[in-house]
Design a protein around this ligand. Structure first.
Ligand code: 3HC
Length: 293
């Protein structure tokens, strides 16, 4: 069913969506970036300009290449502008009703042979696929934050998913320079099923108060050898996202290790969401920055 993928639509231009736009544009594909308002679409454009601007400043990207990347992307607040794309990747907030609504609308907008992908990190892809008229063309492409840097892409399949589609999406991920892994639709898929229980455990250890956040992070980073300590990583992912994945894992497994720790729940309620809000386990220079005060 799938045809050669050269034009991609990305819906939702927050941290993940903007990063996904960057991945595709750098790989030479034409991208249409969509968000709900002209201001949000403009914000997405700003993320791409800033990210590629940092690469130019570090000498990793020439100004000509930056112009080429930016020139491959158009920005819009209209889903209708996706009518000619070969693949759509949805990266809107993790609310099933919003995703189902978008996929339902896409059915009437995109071409019959277009692929519909979701970047969901915690929701059931089967539920999303079931909201469309052609669930066999729905698949998961789950990128990891920061998407331009991390190589893993989970290619998530449902009972509906066409086998040929799985193969072509796996090949597409390889074309993007990523490492695809194919996984069925289960809570946490594979990477979050491993990672999020570790992060929840770390937050529970921190809650006991017998170790500082810096020393706990050093234990995870230097001792266990991950690129970041667990509290720093939770702030990067977003504490709301960590909690959502905990909720989904716990509902599916009832394993106590997956239950969201009380501190995590309270921080989310208090709006301390990590880097994106400027405060999480650490305080950041400004919302969205990685500079710890
Ligand atoms: N966008 C683009 N490039 C970025 C970036 C971003 N947001 N953040 C960092 N980079 C680039 C930098 O420009 C730099 O590139 P260079 O080496 O070519 O100059 C390179 O990445 C390394 O960055 P830094 O030197 O600033 O910092 P570090 O070496 O400390 O690396 C990190 C930063 C890549 C974030 C690294 O600490 C890391 O890999 N952390 C772990 C992140 C992780 O585990 N993510 C998975 C989260 S789980 C998830 O997303 C799933 C979801 O469903 C919950």
């Amino acid at each position: 069913m799938a045809r050669e993928i050269s034009t991609v639509g990305v819906i939702g231009l927050g941290t993940m969506g903007a990063g996904i736009v960057e991945v595709f544009a750098k790989a030479g594909l034409t991208v249409v970036g969509v968000d709900g308002t002209p201001e949000l679409a403009e914000r997405g454009k700003g993320f791409l300009e800033a990210s590629t601007g940092r690469a130019v400043a570090k000498g990793r990207l020439s100004e000509d290449d930056q112009a080429a990347v930016l020139g491959r992307v158009t920005w819009t607040d209209q889903l209708g502008d996706l009518k000619d794309v070969d693949l759509v990747i949805e990266a809107v907030p993790e609310r099933l009703e919003i995703k189902r609504d978008i996929f339902g609308k896409l059915d009437d907008i995109v071409r019959d042979d277009a692929v519909l992908a979701s970047n969901t990190s915690s929701l059931s892809l089967t539920e999303i696929a079931a909201s469309t008229k052609h669930p066999q063309r729905v698949i998961g492409m789950h990128f990891f934050n920061p998407a331009p840097v991390l190589k893993l892409v989970e290619v998530i399949t449902t009972l509906f998913t066409d086998d040929e589609l799985t193969t072509s999406v796996r090949e597409l991920a390889e074309r993007l320079g990523k490492k695809p892994v194919v996984v069925g639709d289960r809570a946490g898929f594979v990477a979050n099923a491993l990672l999020i229980t570790y992060l929840a455990r770390a937050i529970r250890v921190y809650e006991t108060g017998h170790v500082s956040r810096e020393d706990l992070d050093a234990a995870g980073q230097v001792g266990i050898g991950l690129p970041m300590g667990p509290l720093t990583l939770s702030d990067l992912i977003g504490l709301d996202v960590v909690k959502e994945v905990c909720d989904v894992l716990y509902a599916a497994t009832h394993e106590p290790s997956a239950a969201p720790p009380a501190l995590l729940q309270q921080m989310v309620t208090a709006g301390r969401l990590g880097r994106k809000s400027g405060q999480g386990f650490y305080t950041y220079e400004k919302a969205g920055s990685g500079t710890v005060l």
